[in-house]
Design a protein around this ligand. Structure first.
Ligand code: ZN
Length: 329
């Protein structure tokens, strides 16, 4: 067989704050009630993929016990080594921003075969917002006619990027934001320092996997500088040109994520009566637009990502200035 089937990523330990959701899904599976198409969604960098991996392991196990894979059967051994051919894990390839339509076709072909060793076949798209329109259309067909003993798991952090036609065919499984105490405890295993874990979690607005990545990749300083620069832009102390120098196309998505985080913080900081003010409305509008551009940039549909970010920054600077003047009149 020459299908492009990706192996299951080896690290499949679910994160501590997802135990309840995993137990619920395991219980549904045990009762034969687990949906054959699941959409796991929640905030970025909170470990949704890890939950998908853990669930895939369970579905592959020949002898699950108490809602967990046994770890001893042949499919479990293969999964632990990343070689279980009954799972098809699709994510953007190296150097690509999107999950290509060919990858969806390979996944659909995979679902049409029979499982080799495991009781089920599992297909995962992570993250599903990286499927472009053609890929979504190719996927729709298999959602309409699900193959028996096949589970499709979509992972995403931007529900708006998933067409309604796909959403309506999946069971939606929301994943709440990580519990702070559990996230701190987990992060501390990496940092070995509770104060540092606390400041990293706060810097990343409670997104433990981003905090861990920044720490491990030595990017805390640059991320922190980016956030401070954006804060200064929103306070109109810096212009778009001041802060966008030296950043490349590669940084566009990260920058838009940071801008969205800063806009959310500003909205959160507004007193309730100010939400409908000119400034409140401008912030909501800018957030919507930032998320829209982010979707376009993340799906790889726009080659002029850098220019879009630049325009978004200029617009934020300009419109918040106007909003503030409007409020004082
Ligand atoms: Zn097993």
């Amino acid at each position: 067989m020459t299908q492009e089937v990706e192996p299951l990523p080896i690290n499949a330990t679910p994160l501590p704050w997802h135990q309840t959701e995993l137990a619920t899904l395991a219980e549904q599976y045990q009762r034969g009630m687990l949906a054959h198409a699941l959409l796991l969604y929640g905030a970025p960098d909170t470990g949704k993929r890890r939950l998908a991996q853990a669930l895939a392991r369970l579905l592959l196990c020949a002898n699950p016990q108490n809602g967990l894979p046994c770890g001893d059967c042949h499919p479990c051994e293969l999964a632990a080594a990343g070689h279980n051919s009954d799972v098809c894990w699709q994510e953007p390839g190296t150097g690509s921003r999107v999950i290509k339509v060919e990858q969806v076709r390979a996944a659909v072909a995979f679902t049409q075969g029979t499982a080799s060793f495991s009781p089920n076949k599992v297909v995962v798209f992570a993250p599903a917002q990286k499927l472009n329109l053609n890929a979504h259309n190719a996927l729709l067909k298999s959602l309409e006619e699900p193959a028996p003993d096949t589970y499709l798991i979509l992972v995403c952090d931007s529900l708006n990027a998933i067409p309604a036609t796909i959403r309506s065919r999946c069971r939606m499984q929301p994943l709440p934001d990580p519990d702070k105490a559990l996230a701190l405890q987990w992060l501390q295993e990496t940092t070995q320092d509770s104060a540092l874990a606390e400041s990293l979690l706060s810097l990343t607005d409670g997104r433990p996997l981003l905090a861990q990545a920044l720490y491990s990749e030595d990017r805390v300083e640059s991320y922190s500088a980016g956030r401070l620069a954006l804060r200064a832009l929103l306070a109109r102390e810096l212009t778009a040109t001041d802060i966008w120098n030296g950043f490349s196309d590669e940084d566009s998505d990260a920058f838009l994520q940071m801008l969205a985080s800063e806009l959310r913080l500003r909205i959160k900081g507004l007193p309730a009566q100010a939400l409908a003010s000119t400034e409140g409305r401008a912030l909501f509008k800018l957030l919507d637009e930032t998320l829209r551009i982010r979707r376009a940039v993340a799906a790889g549909s726009n080659p002029a990502a850098q220019m879009l970010v630049d325009q978004m920054l200029s617009k934020s600077h300009r419109e918040l200035g106007q909003a503030r003047r409007g409020d004082t009149i």
